[in-house]
Design a binder for this molecule. Structure first.
Ligand SMILES: *[C@@H]1O[C@H](CO)[C@@H](O)[C@H](O)[C@H]1NC(C)=O
Ligand SMILES: *[C@@H]1O[C@H](CO)[C@@H](O)[C@H](O)[C@H]1NC(C)=O
Length: 558
C-alpha cells in the first residue's frame, strides 16, 4: 500500500489527458477519487459496533423510536406561531425526550429557542477546537388518510425488522439516534474536548423559519459566523451500489442543495355572462402563459467543473468501471458541460437530470366559479428548483421575457414582483409574485478527499464505520457527495460552516416511503447511523486539524 502525501495527488488536468481513452475498462488514474483514509478513534470508549451487534441496544432503540413516532408532531403550512395550540404535541415530545435521555438532560445545557426549538450543548474543555453541530427536526409531515396505512401512522409499530410510522425515517430516527449516542457517551463518563451542539428545529417540513431560522440566529450570536467545524443534518442520498457492482458502495452525503422559488400568477379580467364571451377568457390567457413557460427557453442541464455530481461520476468511473456507461470517462473529459450533462441525463433518467437542470412544475391553477359566468380572478403557481449554475433571477427574468408579449397581445398590463404586494382590484392586469421569497442554490461544501481536511476526516470515519457494519462487510465504501433536489433546515445554517453535510445514512431500501403512506425504517439502518454519529463525535473530539494522509489503493481491483 502506497501512502501519497497530499501534494502528490494528480490534478484534474492530468486526469483529462489520461481520460482521452475511450474505454473505461482501461481506466486507471492515480489520484482521482482516492479512497478516504480509514479513521478509527483512539480513546478508551466502547466500540460503535455494539449498536449494531447488541440485541438489547436494538430493542431499546426500537422502543425509543416507537415512542417518538407515537407523538404526532405534525406541521402544516399554516402554522406560523409557535404558541399556536396545534404545536401542543411538541411539548409532549420534549417531555418524552427528558424521560428517554435522563443523563443528557442532567448534564447537557438545554436552551429552547423560539419556544420549541431545542439546542443541547456539551461544552468542550478545549476552546481552541471549533464545535460541531448535529441537527435534525422534530416535526413530521401530516398524514392524509390513516386508513391507507398498513399500521396506524402514529402507533410506532415494530415488526422485528421495520419500525413503521410517520417520522420513523424523516427524521425522528435522526433526533433519537443523536440523543441516544450522547446518552451512551455520557453514561461512559465521557467529557468532550470539542464542543458538541445538537439542534432540533420544529417546522422543517414547512420551510423552517420558526425553528431552524431562529436557531441559526441564536447559534450565530453565541458562536459567530463560520464557527462550526462541520454541520451534519438529515437528508442526502444514502448508500448505494451501481447495478452489477455490489462490491463497491457509494456513500452520498448531500453537499449542496438546489435553490427554489414559487412564481404566483394573479390575473384579473372583467366578468360577464358566459353567453357573450371574449375570444379568450382569463382561463385561456393564463393557460397560454403556462403553456409558453413549458414550451419556450427551456432550462438545460449543466455539469459544471465544480459540480459535486462530477466528483461522484469520477468516483464511479474509477471504482466501478464495468458498471458505468462505456463513454463516461471520455464525456467527463469534455469541456462542453452542456452536452455532457444532456448525454448523462438521457442515459440516467429524470432523477439524475434534475440534479443538473432547473425544474419547472405548474402545481396550482384556480379560476372560475360558475358554468354561466366568466372567470374574473384566475391564479396559478409554478414551482422551480434551481440548478447550481442558475439563480432565482434567471428564473424570474425568463418568466417576464416569455410572458410580456402574451399579455401585450391580450392588452393586459403586467406588474412583476411589485414591492408592495399584489395590485388588488386592477382589471386586465397580471401580477407575478413569489410565495415566500427566493432561495438561491446552497454553497457547495468541499468534497475533495485528501485536500479538504474536514471532509477527508468525515469521509474517513464514514468509510471505516460502513466497511465494518455486518450488512456491508467485505465491501469497499467510496464516500462521495451529491446535491439534493429538495431543501433541509441547513438553508439557515450556511453562515455557520462551509462544511455542511446533509445525511441520514441509509443503505438503499433501508428507509421507505418518506412523506407518504407506510413510512418506515429498518432498525438496522437506524443503528448503523448511530454507529456513524458515535464515531464522528469521537474522531473529531480531540482532532488537531491535521489532514489525514490518503492512500491511493483500490483494494477491490486486487
Ligand atoms: C453548562 O453551562 C455552564 C454555564 O455556562 C457551564 O459552566 C457548564 O460547563 C455547561 N455544561 C455543559 C455540559 O456544557
Ligand atoms: C387596451 O386597454 C386600454 C386600457 O385598459 C384601453 O384603453 C384600450 O382601448 C385597450 N385597447 C384595445 C385594442 O383593446
Amino acid at each position: 500500500m502506497r501512502i501519497l502525501p497530499l501534494l502528490a495527488l494528480s490534478s484534474p488536468a492530468t486526469a483529462s489527458v489520461l481520460w482521452s481513452n475511450n474505454n473505461n475498462n482501461n481506466f486507471k488514474v492515480n489520484g482521482i477519487c482516492p479512497l478516504a483514509p480509514k479513521i478509527t478513534p483512539h480513546d478508551t470508549l466502547q466500540s460503535s459496533l455494539r449498536f449494531v451487534e447488541n440485541p438489547s441496544i436494538r430493542s431499546q432503540q426500537a422502543e425509543r423510536l416507537s415512542k417518538a413516532v407515537q407523538i404526532p408532531t405534525q406541521v402544516t403550512d399554516y402554522m406560523k406561531d409557535p404558541y399556536d395550540e396545534a404545536f401542543a404535541p411538541f411539548l409532549d415530545f420534549h417531555s418524552l425526550l427528558k424521560r428517554l435521555f435522563p443523563i443528557t438532560h442532567d448534564i447537557a445545557n438545554l436552551t429552547t429557542v423560539n419556544r420549541l426549538g431545542l439546542v443541547y450543548t456539551l461544552h468542550g474543555s478545549n476552546q481552541a477546537l471549533k464545535p460541531i453541530l448535529l441537527t435534525g427536526h422534530q416535526d413530521v409531515v401530516p398524514i392524509n388518510d390513516a386508513s391507507d396505512w398498513t399500521h396506524p401512522p402514529f402507533k410506532g409499530h415494530f415488526d422485528g425488522e421495520w419500525l413503521w410510522g410517520r417520522g420513523s425515517s424523516d427524521c425522528k430516527n435522526v433526533v433519537i439516534g443523536l440523543l441516544s449516542v450522547i446518552e451512551d457517551l455520557l453514561a461512559q463518563d465521557w467529557t468532550p474536548e470539542r464542543t458538541v451542539v445538537l439542534a432540533f428545529g420544529f417546522d422543517e417540513e414547512s420551510h423552517g423559519f420558526l425553528g431552524a431560522g431562529s436557531i441559526a440566529t441564536y447559534l450565530e450570536s453565541v458562536y459567530g459566523k463560520h464557527s462550526f467545524e462541520f454541520v451534519l443534518d438529515e437528508g442526502g442520498m444514502g448508500l448505494e451500489s451501481l447495478p452489477g457492482d455490489d462490491g463497491v458502495v457509494y456513500a452520498l452525503p448531500g453537499v449542496g442543495e438546489k435553490g427554489s422559488i414559487d412564481l404566483v400568477f394573479d390575473l384579473s379580467v372583467p366578468g360577464g355572462h358566459s353567453s357573450i364571451p371574449p375570444p379568450h377568457t382569463g382561463i385561456g390567457i393564463l393557460s397560454e402563459i403556462i403553456f409558453a413557460l413549458e414550451k419556450e427557453e427551456l432550462f438545460a442541464p449543466k455539469l459544471g467543473s465544480g459540480h459535486p455530481s462530477r466528483r461522484k461520476l469520477e468516483c464511479q468511473v474509477r471504482h466501478s468501471p464495468e458498471s458505468v456507461e462505456p463513454w463516461l470517462a471520455h464525456a467527463l473529459s469534455s469541456t462542453d458541460q452542456l452536452s455532457t450533462a444532456e448525454q448523462l441525463a438521457r442515459s440516467r433518467g429524470d432523477k439524475f437530470r434534475f440534479i443538473l437542470q432547473t425544474s419547472q412544475a405548474a402545481d396550482i391553477f384556480n379560476g372560475g366559479v360558475k358554468s354561466n359566468a366568466l372567470p374574473e380572478h384566475i391564479s396559478a403557481l409554478v414551482n422551480y428548483r434551481i440548478a447550481l449554475h442558475q439563480t432565482p433571477e434567471d428564473v424570474t427574468s425568463r418568466a417576464v421575457r416569455i410572458i410580456t408579449p402574451i399579455v401585450q397581445k391580450h392588452n393586459i398590463s403586467l406588474s412583476a414582483f411589485p414591492e408592495d404586494g399584489k395590485d388588488e382590484g386592477k382589471q386586465n392586469h397580471l401580477t407575478i409574485s413569489t410565495l415566500s421569497g427566493a432561495l438561491s442554490p446552497a454553497p457547495v461544501s468541499p468534497t475533495e478527499t485528501g485536500k479538504d481536511k474536514v471532509w477527508t476526516r468525515f469521509a474517513g470515519v464514514t468509510r471505516s464505520v460502513f466497511e465494518s457494519v455486518p450488512s456491508l462487510k467485505g465491501k469497499t465504501v467510496v464516500v462521495g457527495g451529491d446535491i439534493m433536489t429538495g431543501n433541509t433546515d441547513t438553508r439557515f445554517y450556511w453562515s455557520l460552516s462551509r462544511n455542511i453535510y446533509r445525511w441520514s445514512p441509509s443503505r438503499a431500501g433501508g428507509v421507505l416511503n418518506i412523506h407518504t403512506v407506510d413510512e418506515r425504517v429498518a432498525i438496522d439502518v437506524h443503528l448503523e447511523a448511530m454507529a456513524l454519529y458515535y464515531d464522528l463525535i469521537r474522531a473529531f473530539d480531540s482532532w488537531d486539524g491535521e489532514i489525514d494522509a490518503v492512500s491511493d489503493e483500490v483494494p477491490h481491483d486486487l
